[in-house]
Ligand binder design. Structure first.
Ligand SMILES: Cc1cc2nc3c(=O)[nH]c(=O)nc-3n(C[C@H](O)[C@H](O)[C@H](O)COP(=O)(O)O)c2cc1C
Length: 191
């Protein structure tokens, strides 16, 4: 059966740099035989976590009726996720973070209840792709911590990252081409 790879775009720009990196990774996954799907988080109805603490007891979110229910199901079903977010104020975008915070119920399931969601099957993989306007060498560090914590909480194996810095550079073209190729290869390796 074909592997399933889910792309999550956290940028509000549907065809910006992060979208193109994500699409390249998904194309790589398809080239290796996977079925892929892209979710645009900015176009979805996603409420932030309310810290109601209901998931402490049940490992389930108390909020129903937004699009997070579908995302919970997909996280449990797919073989890999490619999470893509540009850097906004040193971190992932609000749309990305809202989705991640709503995964606190997975964190409770794994770290408090000690349940391993993927027992009996291959552990799914998580790839992070990101871009940032500045050329600061440390620009991706906070977001990398967030992405790794997200994949650990949903019990995915971290499969690395593809990062494109200094997108403000008028001469971005050649570096972007390299990053798109890296994303394609990283997507292929997920499968
Ligand atoms: C609200 C906002 C905050 C940003 N903050 C940062 C930042 O802290 N550091 C940085 O290097 N770039 C920052 N940028 C620039 C984006 O990371 C950059 O333009 C990126 O290419 C946008 O991704 P996209 O092409 O997928 O839209 C910011 C952009 C916006 C709109």
């Amino acid at each position: 059966m074909a592997k399933k790879v889910l792309g999550m775009l956290g940028s509000p720009r549907r065809d910006g740099n992060s979208a193109q990196l994500l699409d390249a990774a998904l194309e790589g996954a398809r080239s290796a035989g996977a079925d892929t799907e892209r979710l645009d988080l900015a176009a979805m109805d996603l409420n932030p976590c309310l810290e109601c603490r209901a998931c402490d007891a049940a490992a389930k979110c108390s909020q129903h009726g937004d699009d997070m229910g579908g995302i919970y199901s997909k996280i449990r079903q797919v073989d890999a996720i490619v999470l893509s977010s540009p850097i906004f104020f040193m971190g992932v975008t609000a749309q990305t973070k809202a989705m991640i915070d709503r995964c606190q119920c997975f964190w409770v399931e794994k770290y408090v209840m000690g349940r391993r969601v993927y027992d009996g099957r291959d552990r799914p993989k998580g790839l992070f792709v990101s871009c940032a306007g500045s050329s600061k060498p440390t620009i991706f560090e906070p977001a990398l911590h967030v992405a790794k914590a997200f994949f650990a909480a949903i019990d995915y194996q971290y499969a690395g990252e593809v990062l494109l810095g200094h997108t403000d550079d008028p001469g971005l073209g050649p570096r972007k081409k390299v990053a798109l190729e890296q994303a394609f290869e990283a997507g292929k390796r997920l499968v």
